[in-house]
Design a protein around this ligand. Structure first.
Ligand code: TYM
Length: 338
């Protein structure tokens, strides 16, 4: 007998901070995956603008970056009808659940977060409470939507594990409330490294702009940055120990072309690093060109962008409210009379 019951798709959720132009690291580690997952999953994506103020933001630049990030996500192929793609600060349930989860997370757990340690070293003059409790807000983001899968780069793995622990703890104290999410971390691309110091991850907050490629870099800038990329003195394109720079370039090349490391080694056998760097630069330029063209078009239509995020907020809110109400009831809050 034929089964006509529609299959409930699994839910995917992820977010990104709109604090500047996204990097090639953001793209290969996470965003490329966001787009692909829309085919088979019920996807919820957002710009994590509440997270962004854990580091001081200039208000005008912040507003501009948020709109620009929204346009970039659409340019990449996030479909605002197929997926729910909203702005975190438009849905108040995130901040509300984050408060509740703060009270189910231990000081010791938050102290162990490597991102907190790194960021507090970097912003020693502003080690604010938000920076410390940031993972509770991220847990709220994920758990509100009962996400099954969370596509992220490797640097967010520890935060995801904490979200899982918090979900398990809450479910254990009360009764099953939250779905315990799983991370989706790509095999290649999960940790794209700085082009100037390949032992450090590529980051848009790096002072040295030659260390990262942004989604809006011109072809000329991209080629220049790859040509200057730090490698080693062996002059042989092969993946291996002590070759962090080349390994990173091979990772980038592999992510974009789909070629395996073996295939890349064969392709560049007997050829120098100059040739290889040019080839990596060219595939990146070609990958970004159509995205940049779509981005420029979208940025001309602010009314369309506003329409998309305005319509997305109540769709997100409807899902989030349901979970939040359940949590409030289980914790024992007295409901408002009607
Ligand atoms: P964020 O904004 O720093 O980065 C967004 C995504 O990009 C990935 N990423 C990288 N991947 C590979 N190589 C790199 N060099 C690289 N740099 C960044 C990140 O792993 C991330 O997946 N806390 C999160 C945002 C967030 C979130 C969430 C994510 C808020 N709430 C809920 C998932 C679910 C962050 O700051 O990512």
């Amino acid at each position: 007998m034929e089964n006509n019951t529609p299959v409930q798709k699994k839910r995917v959720l992820s977010m990104i901070q709109p604090t500047g132009v996204f990097t090639l690291g953001n793209y290969l580690g996470a965003l490329k995956n966001f787009v692909a997952l829309q085919e088979d999953y019920d996807c919820v994506y957002a710009l994590a603008d509440l997270h962004a103020i854990t580091v001081r933001q200039d208000p005008a630049a912040f507003r501009k970056n948020t709109l620009s990030a929204y346009a970039m996500m659409l340019a990449l192929g996030i479909d605002p009808e197929k997926s729910v793609f909203f702005i975190q600060s438009h849905v108040s349930a995130h901040a509300q659940l984050a408060w509740v989860l703060n009270c189910y997370t231990q000081f010791g757990e938050l102290s162990r977060m490597t991102q907190f340690k790194d960021k507090s070293a970097k912003h020693a003059d502003n080690i604010n409470a938000g920076l410390f409790t940031y993972p509770c807000l991220m847990a709220a983001d994920i758990l509100l939507y009962n996400a099954d899968y969370v596509p992220i780069g490797a640097d967010q793995k520890q935060h995801l594990e904490l979200a899982r622990d918090i979900a398990d703890r809450f479910n254990g104290i009360y009764s099953p409330t939250f779905t315990v999410p799983e991370g989706l971390i790509p095999k290649t691309g999960a940790r794209i490294m700085s082009l100037q110091d390949p032992t450090k991850k590529m980051s848009k907050s790096d002072e040295n702009t030659a260390s990262f490629i942004t989604m809006l870099d011109t072809p000329n800038e991209i080629m220049k940055k790859f040509k200057r990329a730090v490698t080693d003195s062996e002059a042989c394109v092969r993946y291996g120990e002590g070759k962090a720079g080349i390994n990173n370039l091979m990772g980038i090349y592999s992510c974009i072309t789909g070629k395996t490391y073996e295939e890349i080694e064969k392709e560049f056998e007997g050829r120098g690093y100059g040739d290889f760097k040019t080839a990596v630069g060219e595939v990146v330029v070609n990958e970004l060109a159509p995205i940049q063209a779509r981005y420029n078009e979208l940025m001309k239509d602010k009314a369309y962008l506003e329409k998309c995020y305005t319509e997305a907020a109540p769709r997100a809110e409807a899902i989030a409210r349901r979970t939040l109400s359940k949590v409030m009831r289980k914790v024992g809050y007295l409901p408002l009379g009607r």
